[in-house]
Design a protein around this ligand. Structure first.
Ligand code: PEP
Ligand code: MN
Length: 350
């Protein structure tokens, strides 16, 4: 492993922007027009006064071509107008050095790196180089795929460029197993990130996890219960006409209701108990994952049983069973688990 300087990040309280837990960021997926941006910002100020920062995508990284790719540089003027009129801080997604320069020139307050950019070390390095010597807050979304190292690597690249007002945004992961969400929350990843960097502020983006408006409130609450320090929620004055992510955007009115319904529990006073809670949360999340995996394994085992019955093959296959056990016992040894434990798990799920 290469030796790199430890990541130093400041808590929200030291960002000098008056942020406290929970920091709520809201705004449309995309800045579509001056009217849409300003009407949304006014609605947010009116209905969700807890919101401190206004987000909007100016350059949109679309998975496939042919979709709305953002309004580009002109939209930065609309955000400037939001800042002047409402006092909300502005935050924009950047993916290239040109985006960074344009945002800095336009006086955008904060930046975020999107889930499709975080996993690309060339892009992240380009952004970090463009930010060297600039003291601006940057939020780093998790990579679209569940890889903690890429997430950490992106934060470290920015840290090495001298940035300290850094935070991570958890927006869920693209996962091949079908879940109730657009992006699987896999909470153990942000929890592990926090365990590794206890000072790092964690923000949850329930909009991109949910993919619809349905789960936004419950995901936001779950994030706060897991000790996240902030939320980024998509809001559009008229989601039905949105040019991107129409399904998951809340009207400012609804946003106000969702945010007001959140219960913010006190953080534990003692650092030790925070740490204990984090570890317990980690265990709970892993247990949930294990249960889900066991369920998936059971489903597949049942399908194998059915296939064997249809094809007149006897169900127990002793050689295969012996192979599985040998592999599992080897794995158990490598992981420091007892053989009895692994045998017990596998016996319950033949
Ligand atoms: C967004 O915030 O609108 C966006 C594109 O998000 P993500 O990078 O998380 O997909
Ligand atoms: Mn979006």
């Amino acid at each position: 492993m290469p030796q790199i300087a430890p990541l130093t990040t400041l808590p929200f309280a030291k960002w000098g922007l008056g942020f406290s837990r929970p920091l709520v960021i809201a705004g449309p997926c995309s800045a579509e027009s001056r009217d849409q941006v300003l009407a949304t910002a006014r609605g947010i100020v009116q209905h969700a006064p807890q919101v401190k920062a206004f987000r909007a995508g100016v350059w949109k990284p679309r998975t496939q071509p042919g979709h709305f790719e953002g309004s580009g540089n002109v939209a930065l003027n609309w955000l400037k107008a939001v800042r002047e009129e409402t006092g909300l801080y502005t935050v924009v997604e950047v993916a290239t050095a040109e985006h960074v320069d344009a945002c800095l020139k336009a006086g955008i307050d904060m930046l975020w790196i999107g889930a499709r950019t975080t996993p690309n070390p060339f892009s992240v390095q380009e952004i970090a180089d463009a930010l060297r010597g600039v003291d601006i807050p940057v939020f780093v979304k998790n990579p679209i795929n569940p890889d903690l190292h890429l997430w950490i690597g992106a934060l470290e690249r920015l840290g090495r460029a001298g940035l300290t007002r850094l935070a991570a945004i958890h927006r869920g992961f693209n996962w091949f197993e079908r879940t109730a969400y657009r992006n699987s929350p896999m909470w153990e990843f942000p929890i592990r990130l926090k365990a590794r960097f206890p000072e790092l502020e964690l923000v949850c983006d329930p909009s991109h996890i949910s993919g619809t408006t349905e789960h936004i409130g419950s995901l936001a609450q779950q994030a706060l219960d897991l000790n996240f320090s902030g939320l980024m929620i998509e809001s559009h004055r008229d989601p039905t006409t949105a040019l991107s992510d129409a399904q998951q955007q809340l009207t400012p009115e609804r946003l106000g209701e969702v945010v007001s319904a959140l219960i913010v529990r006190e953080q534990h006073a003692a650092i030790e108990s925070d740490r204990l809670q984090e570890l317990r949360d980690l265990i709970d999340q892993l247990d949930e994952e294990i249960a889900q995996k066991m369920g998936s394994r059971m489903d597949i085992a049942e399908r194998i049983g059915e296939w064997k019955a249809d094809h007149n093959v006897v169900i127990p296959q002793p050689e295969r069973w012996a192979r599985i056990m040998t592999r599992q016992l080897r794995l158990a040894k490598e992981l420091g688990l007892s053989a009895a434990f692994v045998e017990g798990v596998d016996e319950r799920h033949p």
